[in-house]
Design a protein around this ligand. Sequence first.
Ligand SMILES: *Cc1c(COP(=O)(O)O)cnc(C)c1O
Length: 389
Amino acid sequence: MTLSAHAQAALDDLAARGLLRNARSVESPQSAEMRVDGRTVLCFCSNNYLGLADDPALLEAARLSLEQDGLGSGASRLVSGSMDAHRAAEERLARYLEEEAAILFSTGYTANVGTLQTLLGPDDIAFSDALNHASLIDGLRLSRARVHVYRHSDPDDLERLLRAHRAEGRRALVVSDAVFSMDGDLAPLAELRALADRYQADLVVDEAHALGVLGPRGQGACAALGVRADVRIGTLGKSFGAAGAFTVGSAAVVALLRNRARSYVFSTAPVPLLGRVAVAAADLVEAADARREALRRHGKRLRAGLREQGYEVPDGETPIVPVLVGDARETMSLSAALFERGVFAQGIRPPTVPQGTSRIRLVPMATHTDAHVTQALEAFEDARRSLHR
Ligand SMILES: *Cc1c(COP(=O)(O)O)cnc(C)c1O
C-alpha cells in the first residue's frame, strides 16, 4: 500500500465512525460575534474567555513591538540570546503569579512536554489524573518515568497508588490539570497537595483553563483554593488572548528548565511581540474582575437554562459548560443544527473525550451580552425540537 493509500484508508475509517474532523473557515477575528463559513454567528466554542484576542490594547502592544523588536527571534534563546521582550514577559508573569521565576515557551503543549521531560527521568515516578490534558500525558511519556494513572479527581485512588508505588521512584510528581478542559470541573487541589506532602512528592498543576478566570486577580485555581504548587504551567493562548505559554516555579527549577527542556533548547524562541503582548495582557487580565463576573454570570445562565430544557449538563463552577450527548454523530448533528441557528458551538468527540461521552463544549466569553446568551439558549431549544431529542 502506498503511504497515500494508507492515509486515505485511515481517513475513511474515521469517517465511517463519525470521527473525521474538519475545521470551519473563519473570516473575522475571534470575537463574540464572528464570520464563519460566510455567516455571522455567535462564538461559543473558544477559550478566549475574557475576549482579549482582538483587544485594541494588545493589538497596539503588538504594533509597537514590531517597530521596536522586529518580527523574528532569530534562534533558540540559548543561541541568539534572550530579547528584552522575552525577559520582560517572564519577569511580569513571575510577579503576577508571585513566584521566583518564569520561563516562556511557544505553546502550552511544548511547555508541558518540556517541563515534565526535564523534571522527571527513568528512575522517577508520576501520578497522573485520568483526564489530564494530552500534553501532560506526552510529557510524562517523554520523561520515561513510570506513570500511574489515578481515577479522575479521586484522592482515595491517588492515595492507594501512592501507598503501593511511591517507593518505586526516586523523585515523585503528582500531576493534574487545574480545570479539566473538556468537563470544566476543578481538581481537588488541596487534597492533592496534602497527599503529595504525605508521600514526599511534588505537585505540578496545569492552570491552562484557570488562569485569568479563577482566583484573586485571575491568578488561577491554586490561588483560588490557597494551594501551593511546586510548579505551575499557564498558557497565553486562552484568557490571555494570544499564544505561547510559560512555567513558573522556584529560580532553580526555572534555571534547570532553561538548560534541559528540549522544547525550549531546541526550538526558535517565540516572536518578541508575544513577550510584549504578554506583558500588556497580564495588566488587562489582572484588572479584569468585571469581565470575570460577566463570564461567571453567562456560565451559570447557560448551565441552568440548558438543564431546564432537558439537556444533560454536569455541575461546575467554571465557564466550560459540557452538554453531554454521548454519540459522536448525534453530537455533530446538534452542532450543525446550532450553527444553522447562528451559534458556533463545537462538538467534541473521541479521542479528545472517552468513547460514548461526545459532547458540545459550550464556552461563553466575557464580551458576550446577556442577549447573546439568551440567543444561544433559544438556539438549543429550537435545535432540540428539530432533532426530536
Ligand atoms: C490548551 C491546553 C494546553 C495547551 O496549551 P496551548 O497553549 O494551547 O498549546 C495545555 N494544557 C491544558 C489543560 C489545556 O487545556
